[in-house]
Structures are given as structure tokens and as C-alpha cells.
Write a protein that binds this ligand. Structure first.
Ligand SMILES: Nc1ncnc2c1ncn2[C@@H]1O[C@H](COP(=O)(O)OP(=O)(O)OP(=O)(O)O)[C@@H](O)[C@H]1O
Length: 270
């Protein structure tokens, strides 16, 4: 029986891609739970099945076996309780709509008055620091700003869970640091529940309350690591902490083991 605060439950999830050239078992057996209000990062070796897992969580891909549950109900298709932010912001925004129009679009499927919609859009754009750009078009904005629009669209939708798939992989390092802090802030101030998939070990430790390390494909959860860094984090002091170094070294070591197919949790020095 799941705990009442359990938001997401993944049980023995398996995904096999079938094709005429042969089957690919991407996800072997993945199980984990996540509570409401948590920020969970998922890392793993290249090609280990992160995107496949995420699509199964979001109901965008039908698993071959096992179960994904949100709030105790099985996820069988795209759910209004979830919003997904992808890496390719350029392809997820509509160039002919303004920033405001892009953020507002999914809300048109919700039963909201125009005033309610406008308030949600304005509020979301303020939260990502783009209130001044609402009349611009996406192509008039930098890559980092476009990804902020995609995040604003997810926030405005008021999902119970925001799922992010390597969202900052295509932006420069400084913008990436700013966007990481934006995610931390949204989590802290709005209590958002976030699953954040990344290939960047340091990013996973800096952002997460937990880091799930995936094995190589066919995937299972090699480690569910609690990140015991102070909740108030900043790019300079947090990353300079000896504990940060110990945690990122541990995750790095785990991923090396995962690549070699030696998925056993090494002891983490305190
Ligand atoms: N549509 C598909 N048909 C067949 N095999 C697929 C398909 N999509 C992914 N795969 C395979 O499933 C496995 C996992 O792929 P997936 O893209 O989920 O991994 P990933 O961890 O997100 O990869 P990356 O680290 O490159 O982002 C890989 O072996 C991949 O080749």
C-alpha cells in the first residue's frame, strides 16, 4: 500500500522496443517511488534508457510490463497531471505564436476563464523572469530565454509533476547555471515535484534531493542516493563543499561501474 504522500510509483517497469531487425530491451526492471514535493534527478550511462523511462513515466510510451502510478491511478496515456520540458526548446515552441501565446496554449484545454488564464500566464512568466518579453516571438529570444518560455508553459499548466529531459544540454554554461538555480527556486518556493533527467553528474548532485543512478541497458535502479547537502544551495559555495565533491565522486564511480555492468553500491565516505 503506497504512503499517502506518494505521488509517483514505478513498479517493475519494463520496455522492449520491437522491430523487424530485432528486439531491444531498453528498460529491464525499474522500481522507485517519489513523494509530492520532491526533486529527483536521474542519471546513467549514455544510452541506458533515460529518455525511454521518462516517456513511460509521462504516458507517452506504453511499457511492455510493470506499472506507473500517479496519485494511486495507473498512467495509461499523456496525463494532465504532468508537464514535460524537453531538451529541444526550439522544436517545442511555436514560432508563429508570441511568448504569451506559447505559454497560454495548453491552458486552452482547461476549463478556465480568460482572466484565470491570463493570471496563470503572467504569473508563470514572472516566475521565470520573462514578464518583459511576453509580446516577443520565440525566434527573437536567446536559447536560454526560449527554454525559460518552455518552463513557464509547464508552470502555468500547474502540473502535479514536472518532468524535465536534459533540459539544459543545449545552452551555454552560464545560462545553464542560471536555469539550474531557477529549477531549485521553483522547487523551493512553489513546492513543485520535479523529475529531472540529466547526463551531467555535477548537475544531478547540485539540483537533486535524491539521485537515481541507472544501470546500463536493460536498465534497473543501481542506486537511490539521498543528497544530504544543505537545502540552500548556490553555484559557488555548494560546489566548493567537500561533501559535494564526495557525492559527485560517488555518482561518477557508480556510473563507471554501471558502464562495466558492475552495479554494486560502493561505500560512500562521510
Ligand atoms: N524507437 C526505438 N526503437 C528501437 N530502439 C530504441 C528506440 N528508442 C530507443 N531505443 C534504444 O533503447 C535504448 C535506450 O535509449 P534511450 O534513448 O532511452 O537512452 P538514453 O539514456 O536516453 O540515451 P542518451 O544517453 O543518448 O540520451 C538504446 O539502446 C536505444 O538504441
Amino acid at each position: 500500500m503506497p504512503d499517502r504522500s506518494t505521488l509517483l510509483r514505478v513498479e517493475s517497469l519494463r520496455k522492449v522496443y520491437e522491430s523487424t531487425t530485432g528486439d531491444v530491451e531498453a528498460i529491464g526492471d525499474v522500481s522507485f517511488t517519489m513523494n509530492a514535493g520532491e526533486l529527483v534527478c536521474i542519471v546513467g550511462p549514455s544510452g541506458c534508457g533515460k529518455t525511454t523511462l521518462l516517456k513511460c513515466l509521462a504516458g507517452l510510451l506504453r511499457p511492455t510490463g510493470g506499472l506507473v502510478e500517479m496519485d494511486g491511478s495507473p498512467v495509461t496515456g499523456p496525463s494532465p497531471a504532468m508537464a514535460v520540458v524537453f531538451q529541444e526548446y526550439g522544436r517545442s515552441l511555436y514560432p508563429w505564436l508570441t511568448v504569451r501565446g506559447n505559454v497560454e496554449l495548453p491552458l486552452r484545454h482547461k476549463k478556465l476563464s480568460r482572466a484565470e488564464r491570463e493570471k496563470l500566464v503572467t504569473d508563470a512568466l514572472e516566475a521565470v523572469g520573462l514578464a518583459h518579453a511576453m509580446r516577443s516571438h520565440p525566434w527573437q529570444l536567446s536559447g536560454g530565454m526560449q527554454q525559460r518560455v518552455a518552463i513557464a508553459r509547464a508552470i502555468a499548466y500547474q502540473p502535479e509533476l514536472m518532468i524535465m529531459d536534459e533540459p539544459f544540454a543545449a545552452v551555454d554554461a552560464q545560462t545553464r547555471a542560471d536555469l539550474e538555480d531557477l529549477v531549485r527556486e521553483l522547487h523551493a518556493t512553489r513546492g513543485m515535484s520535479i523529475v529531472f533527467v540529466t547526463h551531467d553528474i555535477d548537475e544531478s548532485v547540485y539540483l537533486g534531493q535524491r539521485v537515481l543512478v541507472l544501470s546500463k541497458s536493460p536498465t534497473w535502479v543501481q542506486e537511490d542516493l539521498a543528497i544530504d547537502l544543505p537545502p540552500e544551495r548556490d553555484q559557488i559555495t555548494t560546489r566548493a563543499l567537500p561533501r559535494f565533491t564526495a557525492l559527485r565522486t560517488h555518482v561518477y564511480d557508480q556510473i563507471q561501474r554501471a558502464k562495466r555492468g558492475q552495479g554494486v553500491a560502493p561505500p560512500l565516505a562521510r
